[in-house]
Write a protein that binds this ligand. Structure first.
Ligand SMILES: [Zn+2]
Length: 275
């Protein structure tokens, strides 16, 4: 499942391909959106933004296409009308004279007036997007300590899009490892130092992943492993997808377990359950 950094990179690509030129042609697969084809045709795209895993394509005539990829959605950018070979269902197509931006498999697509965007059910509830809003570590520490969040386990909290928008499953494991926090703990169990580490880990790893094509591992280490012949899945993360392999810091075997029906990984030594 794409997480905030992946959606932000997709948004950058859609913006690069389409912003500033009129959209000559567009296609919505869903009947209830068909009327918007003529409303948006010939209008330019001003900018493409994200709120966590949601993408917002802003048109100059005051309309915005909202999309959320959920588990299966995937964007393709191609030269105009060059469709990829795929068994996926095309759900949205935006074409200008040079490029096509094609969204496959996603079912969560809406067209909103700009003024409706803040009240959209997902957007209204979503927490800050660390990649597109100025959020400090202090802001995050206050959120962790708030009544709403402090008594919930980190494993549930980090996937809750109302805490921070855009953290998904691999970032959850990577953030807890980087902060040295055992997955069974809650913010209320943590020291100030641990809360600060967690806040910095959220910001740093979201940005590292966004800027480095999904890598959350230490970049120097990842480069070295790559130079030694390691595959992407072998150098990409600290703990995620590394069950039974030695921790990169202490050599202890990485443990995998299910948290909220989704896999989570941690180092029992680096992430002890004492605060
Ligand atoms: Zn370790």
């Amino acid at each position: 499942m794409p997480e905030g950094p992946e959606i932000k990179r997709a948004a950058d690509q859609v913006e690069k391909a389409l912003a500033g030129r009129p959209v000559n042609d567009l296609y919505f697969a869903f009947d209830h959106l068909k009327d918007y084809e003529s409303i948006l045709k010939g209008t330019s795209i001003e900018k493409v933004k994200t709120k966590g895993k949601a993408m917002l394509i802003h048109f100059t005539n005051g309309y915005t296409i909202y999309s959320h990829n959920q588990l299966y959605g995937k964007w393709y950018i191609r030269n105009a009308y060059n469709y990829p070979k795929t068994n996926r269902q095309l759900r949205l197509a935006l074409h200008n004279e040079k490029k096509s931006a094609l969204l496959y498999s996603a079912s969560d697509i809406e067209v909103l007036r700009d003024e409706e965007v803040p009240f959209h059910s997902f957007i209204a509830k979503a927490g800050p997007d660390l990649l597109s809003e100025p959020v400090t570590a202090e802001d995050l520490i206050s959120r962790f300590q708030s009544d709403k969040f402090r008594r919930r386990k980190w494993t549930a909290l980090l996937l809750d899009q109302t805490l921070i928008a855009g953290i998904g499953n691999y970032l959850r494991s990577e953030i807890l490892f980087s902060a040295g926090i055992h997955p069974d703990l809650r913010p209320i169990d943590c020291t100030k130092e641990q809360l600060a580490k967690a806040a910095h880990a959220c910001i740093d790893l979201m940005w590292r992943s966004y800027e480095n094509n999904g890598i959350t591992n230490d970049l120097t280490l990842a480069e070295r492993l790559k130079a030694e012949g390691a595959k992407r899945y072998q150098y990409r993360h600290w703990v995620f997808n590394r069950e039974g392999l030695p921790c990169r810091l202490c050599g202890t075997e990485i443990v995998k377990f299910k948290a909220g029906s989704r896999r989570c990984y941690y180092c029992p030594n680096c992430q002890s359950n004492e605060s």
